[in-house]
Design a protein around this ligand. Sequence first.
Ligand code: CA
Length: 149
Amino acid sequence: MDHFRAYKAIDNIIAGETNMSHTSYELCPWWEVDLIDDYIIDEIVIWNRIYPGDDTVENRLFPFTLYILENDRSVAWSESITQFQNTPLVFSIPDVVGQHVRIQLDSQEWLNLYEVQVFAQPVPEPCTMLLLGTGLAGLGLYRKKKGKV
Ligand SMILES: [Ca+2]
């Protein structure tokens, strides 16, 4: 059904039964977004499905593992969540560079996601890095000089 497709977890509509991704009942179901390029990821927020009057729906997400994958699909960062957590689940990421964000359940289950938000910034171009590096080195030098006076 269209309202269960993967893109529904990035359609900018957080809540709602018709705006979530929903897999089949399968072994280790997963959801993934391709950011198309490398980004410095600093926060990921997962909005789990909440079904009033039925806690089992919210519990479907646990346990799961959140991955950040590099463009060659090697794991840049991951965190396994074994205990239930209330939605939204906020992950502070230590500025990890990656291109794919993947959520994978550890069991046979349905994977339901209302929304996944990835907060990131572009990786600076090499010239920008060089300028930034020079700037920081200059700042360090300035501080040193100031300290001596
Ligand atoms: Ca959504």
